[in-house]
Ligand binder design. Structure first.
Ligand code: UT7
Length: 331
């Protein structure tokens, strides 16, 4: 019997309609389009304005888009994982609600949180379940409503993040396509540099934490940038080396969309020309868990069966890593 690998067989996406442009941000905080564009590559981002709608709203829409694109019966899904840093509720898994809402009534479900690396780590989890032979259809959704944790008076964070969701279905493959290798890392020393201080078990919510703005995300941008630039490039280079891949063998780099300068530094280290580097940061900003599946959805039509894709991400924690995957279908 040939070895089972875990292939991505369908993708989906959802972005809210409301566009928050750099021009509008100029009217909200002391910033300007030139600064944002040159320092980050971002032009606009999407914001979920719908009253009472949380991350599950985005995740459900992305999953429904995937199911419709490939005409998949949700009852066949075994497991739903929602990769997110902004769950609907602190307790009660977002994924469980999403699974029920999309009609995945035979699935079990749970959330996975690793900040901006959530989807990348989720690819490892989803693939391992498939490779083991235990499950046949694992739906991995990356979704974040970043606007729910952003202080729109803080110019160092509000210009970066946006809302969105993307989804990928993992299924067994016997042609050797799909997930090939991973190199995943983490380092708790990073916790100080990118975090939400209050609302968790260390500092539960109080009038004081709200007044101090401690429920918003804070980052030491310069430090995070420094770690992201070197670590994302390191892991991408490492995964190429240990799979004997030259820059000619790599069809696409699928990098986390946090900053255009970080993406370019990773691509340079891999010696990849710009046309092989997937980017949509100018349109969506940093959507945290959603950046990688949104790229898959946006560029699906350009992928060919057998293409070598290298994924790379870096996020809070710190968490980071790289995944090597062979694309499994022509669309
Ligand atoms: O996805 C999770 C991981 N996160 C990341 O990877 C983010 C990593 N960090 C970054 O992408 C960048 O550090 C930022 C985009 C957040 C900031 O860019 P930077 O080039 O590192 O800027 P900086 O923080 O070093 O600030 C440079 C200057 C400062 O002014 P002074 O001290 O030089 O006078 C800031 O106050 O730019 C100022 N500044 C701004 N000016 C206009 C900071 N934010 C803004 C702004 N508009 N929005």
């Amino acid at each position: 019997m040939s070895k089972i690998t875990a292939a991505i067989t369908a993708v989906g996406a959802y972005l809210p309609d409301f566009v928050l442009s750099n021009k509008v941000l100029e009217t909200m905080v002391d910033t300007n389009d030139e600064w944002i564009t040159s320092r980050t590559g971002i032009k606009e981002r999407r914001i979920l304005k719908k009253e009472g709608a949380g991350t599950s709203y985005l995740a459900i829409k992305a999953a429904e888009n995937l199911l419709e694109r490939k005409q998949i019966d949700p009852k066949e899904i075994d497991l739903v994982i929602v990769a997110t840093a902004t769950p609907d509720l602190l307790v009660a898994s977002t994924a469980v609600y999403v699974a029920s809402e999309i009609g995945a009534t035979n699935a079990f479900a749970y959330d996975l949180q690793a900040a901006c690396s959530s989807f990348l780590y989720g690819m490892s989890t989803a693939s391992a379940y498939i490779e083991s032979g235990r499950y046949k259809k694992v739906l991995l959704i990356g979704a974040d409503k970043m606007s729910s944790i952003i202080d729109y008076t803080d110019r160092t964070t509000c210009i970066i993040f946006g809302d969105g969701a993307g989804a990928a279905l993992f299924e067994p493959n016997t042609e050797g396509l799909g997930f090939q290798d991973e190199y995943l890392r983490s380092d708790g020393a990073g916790r100080e540099f990118l975090k939400i201080e209050a609302g968790g078990s260390i500092l539960p919510p109080s009038v004081e934490t709200v007044e101090n703005g401690q429920h918003f995300v804070h980052q030491d941008g310069r430090t995070v940038f420094k770690f992201a630039v070197s670590n994302m490039a390191d892991v991408a280079e490492k995964i190429m080396q240990r799979n004997n891949l030259s820059h000619e063998d790599v069809a696409w780099l699928v990098p986390h969309q946090a900053n255009l300068r970080i993406i370019d530094a990773t691509a340079n280290r891999m010696n990849l020309p710009d046309e092989k580097v997937l980017k949509n940061i100018h349109r969506y900003g940093n959507t945290t868990s959603a950046t990688l599946p949104l790229l898959l959805s946006d560029f699906e039509s350009q992928f060919k069966k057998g293409d070598n894709l290298i994924f790379a991400a870096f996020g809070g924690g710190f968490t980071w890593g790289s995944v090597y995957l062979k694309w499994a279908y022509n669309s």
